[in-house]
Design a binder for this molecule. Structure first.
Ligand SMILES: Nc1nc2c(ncn2[C@@H]2O[C@H](COP(=O)(O)OP(=O)(O)OP(=O)(O)O)[C@@H](O)[C@H]2O)c(=O)[nH]1
Length: 581
């Protein structure tokens, strides 16, 4: 059982320096009389934490005391108490809610009138992020030892730095402290399961202290090693002991010299010279101009864009570096920016280089401090645009080359008709459509008669001329939707979509007659033709190979029945020979 002691909290404003406060605390620790001081901002924060810890200690004592008066058999404790404490010269009325849920200790502090934060304006609410970082690091050290814990969750949901957008992230890191934002505005006080899950997930089996501050309410969760085996009061006693210990130990052990150093370096970082040099040395091209466009500051990167010196540029007008028509086009937005009707302006403009050449740039304009000064960020995109242009024309060339290749791969070089490859593809497509619509498709195969003897008699080149002329005649005979192709050697094929046998026979005859009628230079030329037409019935399987084979057989019959003839082939009935007229 813990012996109940009184720990008076002394308003140590009179104590003076931090060192003095520290020494006092060290001394008072011996007599269990911790001190709270507010002699300088740093110590104020530090000792403010100590102040909180003292509050906790007193409350823990009260709790221990009340616990013994309460139901000792019930290990899950849940009771409320009120007490008055003095801190930082304020008499605070605290409402406390103590809970022990499955050996995880919850103590809620509710400062009823919130004097500490609303009345003492400079205490926490004005803490900057930098101060907060310092504060956090110190608090971490303090609290780590309080419960011998390895990790601390600290929530800034509200209270400390409401206005700091830096801390709006879910997880933001400040030196020495891992911060997890608990659900903002959530009533965690009544959601122990969530808290337990969170604590368990983050701290695993390490002892941990979890401090959360929501407006005026404080939550301190202490989870001690092997807590399941310990009675609540042992936990309380352990915390009490460590609380007392830590106040003096931490104050004495924190080496203030590095804080002083970092404060000094912070002052350097925030000095105007640093900003000036940052501006000058920035690798992005930056200009500062007044509302008339007069350049107030120019950094080296910006001077490099125009290939001028900084001195040449400062005092000149920004307009003189922008193509006139581009400048005029953006004037309305520019005036809106000056009038404070917009904060930023992004535009793509042509700037004028030293030789009068135009440089495409992306400009970002924003007002600085007051609406009279404008920061211009210049991004030279001329090289990117040139590369894009080059890429674009290469793509066009590539597309054209591809198209040409495609045409070449489907064209017969000698006659300029489609080649066999193209014919096979086209016939397959036409057949598919024919089968779907149950329409007609016809094929005509045509072969030059006695071509070998022509070649032999007049030479191969003369033979080529014959094939070329036949190609032209055929092209003239067919409709645009038909396809005339050189099937191979001296053999030609026509594909006639939407054409029945009568139409195909009549076209074949027109071809035959035109070739026969042509006035050939060496000797007469005739051709033999095989014709096939089909109208597939529903579910009938028709292949282009079969269609070509029937046409070929008909052509063969035309040859064998004397040449210069047309033979109509058929799927099932024997071929019919049409005599040349
Ligand atoms: N000039 C030329 N001749 C070709 C070409 N392709 C094939 N030939 C020739 O065409 C001739 C075809 O001869 P054959 O298949 O014996 O038939 P044919 O002499 O026409 O007799 P039939 O077809 O029975 O009337 C061969 O001599 C081939 O060399 C070509 O591209 N140019």
């Amino acid at each position: 059982m813990t012996t109940r002691k009184k720990y008076p909290i002394i308003n140590a404003k009179n104590v003076g320096s931090r060192e003095q406060a520290s020494a006092d605390i060290a001394c008072n620790f011996q007599s269990n009389t911790p001190v709270v001081s507010s002699s300088n901002p740093l110590a104020e924060i530090l000792l403010g934490s100590a102040g909180q810890i003292n509050l906790c200690r007193q409350l823990l004592e009260d709790f221990t005391h009340q616990k013994h008066q309460g139901d000792a058999r019930n290990s899950n404790v849940d009771f409320h108490a009120t007490c008055e404490v003095e801190c930082e010269g304020y008499q605070l009325n605290l409402k406390c809610h103590y809970q022990n849920v499955d050996d995880i200790y919850f103590i809620w502090f509710n400062i009823e009138k919130n004097q500490l934060f609303s009345e003492h304006n400079g205490w926490f609410k004005k803490v900057s992020v930098t101060d907060l970082a310092k504060y956090s690091a110190m608090l971490l050290t303090l609290l780590k030892q309080v419960a011998g814990c390895d990790s601390i969750l600290f929530d800034y949901v509200s209270g400390l730095v409401v206005e700091s957008s830096d801390l709006n992230n879910d997880n933001c890191s400040l030196p020495g402290l891992s911060i997890v934002n608990l659900k903002s505005g959530a009533d965690i006080q009544h959601d122990y399961q969530q808290l337990l899950a969170l604590a368990t997930q983050v701290i695993k089996d390490k002892p941990c202290l979890l401090l959360q501050k929501i407006e005026s309410r404080y939550l301190l969760v202490s989870w001690l090693k092997d807590s399941a085996k310990q009675l609540p009061e042992i936990a309380v006693a352990a915390i009490q002991q460590q609380l007392a210990l830590i106040v003096s130990q931490t104050l004495l052990s924190i080496d203030i010299s590095h804080v002083a150093k970092s404060e000094k370096s912070l002052n350097v970082v925030t000095s105007p010279e640093i900003y000036k040099e940052t501006f000058t040395k920035a690798q992005s091209a930056l200009l500062l101009m007044d509302q008339n466009g007069r350049l107030l500051e120019v950094n080296s990167a910006a001077a490099a864009v125009f290939q001028h010196s900084i001195n040449q540029m400062v005092g000149s007008f920004f307009q003189s570096y922008v193509k006139l028509s581009d400048w005029q086009r953006g004037l309305k937005s520019f005036y809106q920016l000056l009038a404070g009707k917009r904060e930023r302006l992004i535009a793509r403009k042509r700037l004028v280089g030293p030789q009068g050449e135009l440089i495409w740039c992306d400009l970002k304009l924003s007002t600085v401090m007051s609406k009279g000064i404008i920061l211009v960020e210049i991004n030279d995109i001329s090289r990117i645009l040139a590369q894009q242009e080059q890429l674009h024309s290469r793509n066009i060339q590539l597309a054209q080359d591809n198209q040409l290749l495609q045409v070449r791969s489907e064209t017969d070089e000698l006659t300029g008709l489609h080649n066999r490859r193209a014919l096979v593809m086209r016939l397959a497509q036409d057949l598919e459509r024919t089968i779907r619509n149950q329409h007609f498709v016809s094929v005509v195969m045509l072969d030059v008669d006695h071509f070998k003897s022509y070649n032999d008699q007049f030479g191969h080149l003369a033979g080529d001329q014959v094939l070329k002329i036949i190609g032209e005649i055929l092209r003239g005979c067919v409709r645009t939707i038909d396809m005339a192709a050189r099937y191979g050697g001296e053999e030609f094929t026509l594909v006639l979509p939407e054409t029945d046998i009568e139409g195909a026979m009549s076209l074949a005859e027109r071809c035959r007659a035109s070739i026969e009628a042509f006035i050939w230079p060496m000797r007469d030329i005739t051709v033999s033709l095989g014709v096939v037409s089909c109208q597939p019935k529903e579910n009938e399987v028709v292949s282009s190979a079969k269609l070509l084979s029937v046409a070929d057989k008909a052509l063969y019959q035309a040859k064998h029945s004397g040449r210069n003839k047309i033979v109509q082939g058929s799927w099932d009935s024997p071929a019919q020979v049409n005599q040349a007229s």
